[in-house]
Design a protein around this ligand. Structure first.
Ligand code: SAH
Length: 366
C-alpha cells in the first residue's frame, strides 16, 4: 500500500474521509476540515474550533498544514499577477492570474519544469526537475485566492482554472487528480466542472483515464495538423500521433452535454501559420465539437522562433472562422512580467541539463 502522506493538502475529500476513519474519527471531519482550509482559507489547525483540542493535537503531532512560501508577487500593467512559490530549497513554481472583463483565470503549474521538450516552450527548454505534489498544486489556488481576497480592485476573483502553467499535468496524473477533485468539490473551491481545464500535449492513455475519473474540460496543445511537423514541435507526437490523439478526444467528449475540446495552436512565423495549415486544421477537426485558441508565439531567450506576423494571424483566424469554428486569438497577457504562455520558467535546478541548449529540432524548422 502507498505510504500515507503527512500533508493534509495532499488529500481530496475521499482521501481525507479515509484518513479520519483510519484515525478512529468520524467521516464528516473531512468536510469540516475542508471548510476551514479552503472556505475560510485557514492554515492553523488551532483555529478549527469545531475540532476538540485532543483531535487538533492528534493531527498536529503527525500532519503538516501549510503552503509554500510566497517569494514574489509581480503585477503587470494589464492586471495580470504572477506569484512565485518556493516549493523546496532549490525549486520554485509560478502561478498566474489573468483578469478579464467577466472572468478571472488562474493558470496553475503541475511540475517543476517539464520533460516533454516541446521546441517552442520556455518551460521545456529549461528541462525537468520533479513532479509537484497534490499539496503543492492545490496550494497555488489557495495562495492566489487568499491574495485576491485582499485585492484593492473589487471582483478580482478566480472564476476559471486552467492547468496550463509549467509542466505536463497528465504526466503527473496521480498528484493532479486529487487537486482537480478539490478544485471542484463544494467543500473545496467549488468550481463548476466546465471551469476547470486540463491542458495536455496529448498523453493519450491518460486522457482516457481522465475521462473515467474527472468530468473536467480538456484542452489539447495541437500546433500542427500534420504529423511530420508536429513530431518536431511536440516530440510526444512520435508516441501518440494526431489520429490517435483525435480518437481519444472523441471518446472524451462523447456523451458529455455541451462539451467541446479547446485546441491550442501556437502560431510561429513561417513554421505552422500558413493557409494550408489552417485549412488542414479545419478539416481535421470537422467532426469534433471544438473551439480553436490561437496563441501568437511568445519569444523567450535563446529561441530561434519568431511570432507570426499580424496579417498571417488574422488570415489563419479568418480561415478557421469561415469553416465555422469559434476561434479566438489569445491576447498576450503579462509579458512585461514574463507571465505569458510558454514564458513560465520558475526557478530550479535542471536535472536534465538541457537549459540553454538550442533545440536541434527547432533548427530544422527555421
Ligand atoms: N503541457 C501542457 C500544459 C502547458 S500549457 C500542454 O502542453 O498543454 C501551455 C500552453 O502554452 C500550451 O498550449 C503550449 O503549447 C503553449 N506555449 C508554450 N510555449 C509557448 C510560447 N513560447 N508561446 C506561445 N505559447 C506557448
Amino acid at each position: 500500500m502507498k505510504k500515507r502522506s503527512t500533508h493534509l493538502l495532499d488529500y481530496d475529500r475521499a482521501g481525507l474521509e479515509a484518513l479520519f476513519l483510519h484515525l478512529g474519527e468520524q467521516r464528516f471531519r473531512a468536510s469540516q476540515a475542508m471548510k476551514w482550509i479552503y472556505g475560510e482559507r485557514e492554515m492553523n489547525l488551532d483555529a478549527f474550533s469545531n475540532f476538540s483540542k485532543t483531535l487538533r493535537e492528534k493531527l498536529k503531532a503527525v500532519f503538516t498544514l501549510d503552503v509554500p512560501e510566497l517569494v514574489s508577487e509581480q503585477k503587470s500593467v494589464d492586471g495580470t499577477i504572477k506569484w512565485l512559490l518556493k516549493v523546496d530549497e532549490v525549486n520554485a513554481v509560478e502561478v498566474v492570474y489573468i483578469p478579464e472583463k467577466n472572468r478571472g483565470t488562474l493558470c496553475v503549474s503541475s511540475q517543476v519544469g517539464c520533460s516533454l521538450n516541446c521546441t517552442f516552450c520556455a518551460t521545456g527548454a529549461q528541462g525537468f526537475n520533479r513532479h509537484l505534489t497534490t499539496a503543492e498544486i492545490i496550494a497555488q489556488v489557495w495562495v492566489a485566492a487568499k491574495q485576491l481576497d485582499h485585492h484593492p480592485v473589487k471582483n478580482r476573483r478566480i472564476t476559471n482554472i486552467v492547468m496550463m502553467g509549467m509542466g505536463e499535468p497528465l504526466a503527473n496524473y496521480s498528484n493532479v487528480l486529487p487537486a482537480l477533485n478539490i478544485m471542484r468539490d463544494d467543500f473545496g473551491f467549488g468550481f463548476a466542472n466546465r471551469r476547470v481545464t486540463v491542458s495536455t500535449a496529448g498523453m493519450v492513455s491518460k486522457i482516457d483515464q481522465l475521462n473515467l475519473d474527472a468530468d473536467v474540460s480538456l484542452a489539447i496543445s495541437l500546433h500542427s495538423p500534420f504529423d511530420d511537423l508536429r513530431d518536431k514541435l511536440v516530440p510526444l507526437n512520435k508516441k501518440y500521433n494526431i489520429e490517435t490523439l483525435l480518437a481519444s478526444c472523441r471518446r472524451f467528449i462523447k456523451d458529455k452535454k455541451k462539451a467541446r475540446i479547446t485546441w491550442e495552436y501556437t502560431l510561429i512565423d513561417g513554421v505552422n501559420d500558413q493557409p494550408e495549415h489552417a485549412r488542414a486544421l479545419t478539416k481535421l477537426l470537422s467532426k469534433i465539437p471544438s473551439k480553436i485558441n490561437l496563441i501568437p508565439f511568445n519569444p523567450f531567450p535563446g529561441t530561434l522562433f519568431k511570432q507570426s506576423k499580424p496579417e498571417n494571424i488574422e488570415r489563419f483566424k479568418e480561415i478557421c472562422m469561415k469553416a465555422g469554428y469559434i476561434t479566438t486569438v489569445r491576447k498576450t497577457r503579462g509579458d512585461d512580467i514574463a507571465a505569458a504562455c510558454g514564458q513560465l520558467a520558475g526557478e530550479f535546478m535542471d536535472r536534465t541539463r538541457r537549459s540553454g541548449q538550442v533545440n536541434k529540432l527547432a533548427l530544422e524548422l527555421v
